[in-house]
Design a protein around this ligand. Structure first.
Ligand SMILES: Nc1ncnc2c1ncn2[C@@H]1O[C@H](COP(=O)(O)OP(=O)(O)OP(=O)(O)O)[C@@H](O)[C@H]1O
Ligand SMILES: Cc1ncc(C[n+]2csc(CCOP(=O)(O)O)c2C)c(N)n1
Ligand SMILES: [Mg+2]
Ligand SMILES: [Mg+2]
Ligand SMILES: [Mg+2]
Length: 325
């Protein structure tokens, strides 16, 4: 079984409400609730030992990340997050104060975005903790940054830097050991545990008539393939332009794999027209938001995503984190 095939197979062929603008297939769903506004809804689950280990994650870390990954999906639609609901399945070993600490972790981030916790559900489970967060946000009607909005000649960009979260995970799982104290391993670990959703960049993109966005949960290669598929275009990126932390390559020889396929960076990748790119770059510079051009959108060819390297070019397959592979 493949995660993406499964989702495809359960996608309904008909909808009952014409107010549904975007259903299954993007970072979040969109429906028109009131004049001039589209509501955005998304949900993501985190499971102990699949998404985090108690060995290195505090209850606050778990709560923080469970909300962060959902705010990131709202950012990837160009929206403003407003409300959240939390469903928890808690094993017997958890104390009430640990659960409260998990909500404190969420609240840390919710405060920043002025978000309200408006509901949820609590059940017991025999073994591992499961946290499911639903976030509701909104975007001006017609301004959502859909995966299907990339067009030939657009500029392809990514925010922040990629690969650092995967490096942090590798350090936490003790698959990687730093040979020198000159490398700030805590930095990479922090990037893994406490991703920062890029809401401001999403909002800048939603001010353009058209922008495609996706947030990086499964890895840059996977997310760009999703944009290329949804937009019926090909995407060409340049390996030498990929933004990575200056210490990443010193940590482990597989650093390029981390950057392309590692995932959980929760940065945004997307495409805008050439003229909008100049505006976006300038606006990001003014606000000190890191953003990097990494390539171009092309007319559709048989390969969805192409990576140009020093030795030529290769197809970047939709390889990355996949729950059933
Ligand atoms: N079990 C499911 N039932 C119905 N729809 C689903 C299910 N799982 C995923 N989807 C839908 O499929 C689309 C893609 O979901 P996916 O979870 O891959 O995206 P994402 O949340 O952006 O990525 P990630 O979960 O890796 O952070 C979304 O529209 C989502 O709502
Ligand atoms: C203990 C442990 N092992 C592996 C990973 C890596 N990982 C888990 S889920 C995922 C993709 C995003 O999740 P989703 O697609 O569910 O949103 C990635 C890259 C981790 N975080 N912790
Ligand atoms: Mg997403
Ligand atoms: Mg999801
Ligand atoms: Mg995923």
């Amino acid at each position: 079984m493949d995660e993406f095939d499964l989702i495809h197979s359960i996608t309904p062929r008909t909808i009952h409400h014409s107010s549904v603008d975007v259903g299954i297939g993007d970072d979040a769903a969109l429906y028109t609730a009131k004049h001039g506004v589209q509501e955005i809804v998304c949900v993501d689950t985190m499971v102990e030992d699949v998404h985090f280990k108690l060995l290195y994650s505090s209850p606050e870390d778990i709560g923080y990340k469970a909300l962060a990954v959902n705010i990131s999906d709202i950012a990837a639609m160009g929206g403003i997050p407003k409300f959240y609901l939390v469903s928890i399945a808690v094993p017997p070993k958890w104390t009430q104060s640990e659960i409260k600490a998990m909500y404190e972790g969420m609240n840390e981030l919710a405060k920043l975005y002025h978000m309200d916790l408006i509901g949820g559900d609590t059940v017991s489970i025999s073994d591992k903790l499961v946290v499911t967060v639903t976030v509701i946000g909104e975007v001006e009607k017609g301004r959502a940054c859909l995966r299907s909005l990339a067009r030939p000649n657009d500029i392809v960009f990514v925010t922040g830097e990629i690969g650092s979260s995967a490096a942090g995970l590798s350090l936490l799982l003790e698959k990687t050991h730093s040979q020198t104290s000159a490398i700030d391993t805590d930095y990479f670990i922090h990037r893994h545990k406490r991703p920062e959703p890029r809401v401001s960049v999403g909002r800048l993109c939603s001010s353009f008539k058209r922008a495609a966005l996706n947030d990086i949960s499964d890895g840059l290669a996977s997310e760009l393939n999703e944009i290329a598929e949804a937009s019926c275009v090909s995407i060409e990126i340049d390996e030498s332009m990929l933004p990575v932390h200056s210490h990443l390559s010193k940590l482990h020889p597989i650093w390029k794999e981390w950057a392309l396929f590692g995932g959980e960076d929760f940065e945004l990748t997307g495409t805008v027209s050439k003229s909008n790119w100049e505006v976006l770059k300038q606006e990001c510079e003014t606000r000190q938001l890191p953003i990097t051009k990494i390539g171009h959108v092309r007319e559709k060819t048989e390969s969805n995503v192409i990576l140009k390297t020093d030795n030529g070019s290769r197809i970047l397959e939709k390889k990355g984190y996949n729950h059933f592979k």
